[in-house]
Write a protein that binds this ligand. Structure first.
Ligand SMILES: [Zn+2]
Length: 339
């Protein structure tokens, strides 16, 4: 089967197809999105467990084989899957929050220990599979992972809608979260680096302030960046400057919600967290069931977040493009060539 292999570099190659073990289903991958985590692994911001490895976990495909009778009952169904294996027995799993399972966080699809989905075939534990309803297109289904995270994050807003909330960062996660918060009835202000986002957000009636505008009198006077003016602030930029802005903008005893794992960038002053008794929440995933249900209801138009569609054979170029600042989602067609 054809795969995109990462071994320091990305190369398209041929590998023997995987076999579904007991409890696993073999999925023929149709489409796979390049995720933030894939980029972090390629760019060395996260350790790759085993090399060479096959990246990718934001896929949609069809089950073509099963390692046992229960798995075989999935044959012919269109699916997505959780990246992490889950133990099923810990408090998080028993509470229905399998993405928080502490036991198997290390064994995640596409990080070497389990092969990922930038391949024609991938074997996935049946317990990780979720069936995609017919009303959801492949293009939408590959957004289920970041959408699940955005839904969890949006539930952390303090108070009932409508609330004034601030999203810092206008990459994939910042924009997706913004659409979800807006659909929930909140009044969202976005602070980001890409003036090109203005039109995309304006169509939905959402205000955008660019870094370039931040010092302009209008930005000050319309209150977007006024001190301590938001009960809930979302940091999605992954920059120390974004974290600092968040701490300035959030009200005393307000909530700062972090969706970026790079917010650990050093060098910012944490004192406002203590002085103003800010609650800090980190969000690292969400329910794929909730995301699929959300997509079924067509609450938001997710497709404007697709930057490009490419083929697996262009995998290395696709990663280069995805790594460019400001690029939204890149989708790789795997089964059938995209022209
Ligand atoms: Zn567990």
């Amino acid at each position: 089967m054809r795969v995109l292999v990462f071994d320091g570099n990305l190369n398209v190659g041929q590998l023997p197809p995987p076999r579904a073990e007991a409890g696993e289903a073999l999925v023929k991958v149709a489409l796979c999105a390049i995720s933030r985590r894939d980029l972090d692994l390629v760019q060395g911001r996260r350790p790759v467990q085993v090399r060479p490895t096959i990246l990718g976990h934001q896929f949609v495909g069809e089950v073509v084989d099963g390692g046992d009778a229960a798995a075989a009952s999935w044959i012919g169904r269109r699916v997505i899957a959780y990246a992490h294996r889950a133990c099923g027995g810990c408090p998080a799993c028993r509470g229905g929050r399998r993405w928080e399972c502490a036991v198997h966080m290390e064994r995640d699809l596409g990080n070497g220990l389990i092969d990922g989905s930038l391949a024609e075939l991938v074997s996935v534990p049946v317990s990780s599979l979720r069936e995609v309803p017919d009303s959801i297109d492949d293009d939408e289904a590959v957004f289920a992972h970041p959408l699940a995270t955005a839904i969890t994050a949006a539930q952390r807003v303090v108070g009932e809608a409508p609330q004034r909330v601030l999203v810092i960062g206008d990459g994939n996660m910042g924009l997706l979260l913004t659409l979800v918060l807006h659909a929930a009835g909140h009044t969202v202000s976005v602070f980001g680096r890409h003036p090109s986002r203005r039109e995309l957000l304006w169509r939905s009636g959402i205000s955008f302030t660019g870094v370039q505008d931040a010092e302009a009198p209008e930005a000050r006077s319309d209150g977007v960046l006024n001190r301590e003016s938001y009960g809930s602030v979302f940091e999605c930029s992954g920059r120390a400057s974004g974290f600092e802005l968040a701490l300035r903008a959030v009200r005393p005893r307000g909530r700062l919600i972090l969706l970026s794992d790079q917010a650990a960038e050093a060098g910012f002053d944490m004192r406002p967290v203590v002085d103003n008794e800010i609650q800090v929440h980190g969000i690292n995933g969400g329910s794929l069931d909730a995301a699929l249900e959300y997509l079924t209801r067509k609450r938001i138009d997710i497709l404007p977040l697709v930057a490009a569609r490419m083929n697996l054979s262009d995998g290395a170029a696709a990663f280069q493009q995805a790594a460019r600042r400001g690029t939204l989602k890149i989708l790789l067609h795997i089964g059938r060539e995209f022209r």
